[in-house]
Write a protein that binds this ligand. Structure first.
Ligand SMILES: [Zn+2]
Length: 134
């Protein structure tokens, strides 16, 4: 990914909601931005929950592997691989876990520039297109 393009796209996403912080902007449609932020919050929650659940199940399998190796089955191996793949597909970036705003900006950059886009990036990107495109 082209780093400068990535930075510009990430920062652009932030400007979409800056208006809420600087309410003196005359033309800002606060209702629209508030509703958008609420939707992002929900997606961020879903994102974290799904990643956490995958991580936790993986961790339990790793514990089983280390503590109880003889009972670790072929099915466990395959499940662990599947979980790792799912986590990899869903993860947007480390920075996306910082907070809702970074999640939104990272997801948008992934939506625009990513090669293997997270399904959450696609959801956020489509939401941005829907709400802000004119
Ligand atoms: Zn940022």
């Amino acid at each position: 990914m082209d780093y400068e393009k990535y930075v510009a796209t990430h920062e652009f996403a932030h400007t979409l909601t800056y208006q809420e912080k600087y309410k003196s902007f005359v033309d800002a449609d606060m209702k629209k931005i508030k509703k958008f932020n609420e939707s992002v919050k929900e997606l961020y929650k879903d994102y974290q929950k799904e990643l956490y659940d995958l991580f936790e199940e993986s961790r339990q399998l790793d514990i089983k592997f280390v503590m109880d190796t003889s009972s670790y089955t072929e099915a466990d191996i395959n499940r662990r691989k599947y979980l790792a793949e799912r986590m990899n597909n869903i993860t947007i970036s480390k920075y996306a876990n910082e907070n809702e705003e970074e999640f939104m900006a990272e997801a948008f950059a992934d939506y625009k520039l990513g090669i293997e886009k997270s399904k959450y990036s696609i959801k956020v990107g489509k939401l941005i297109d829907e709400v802000f495109r004119r």
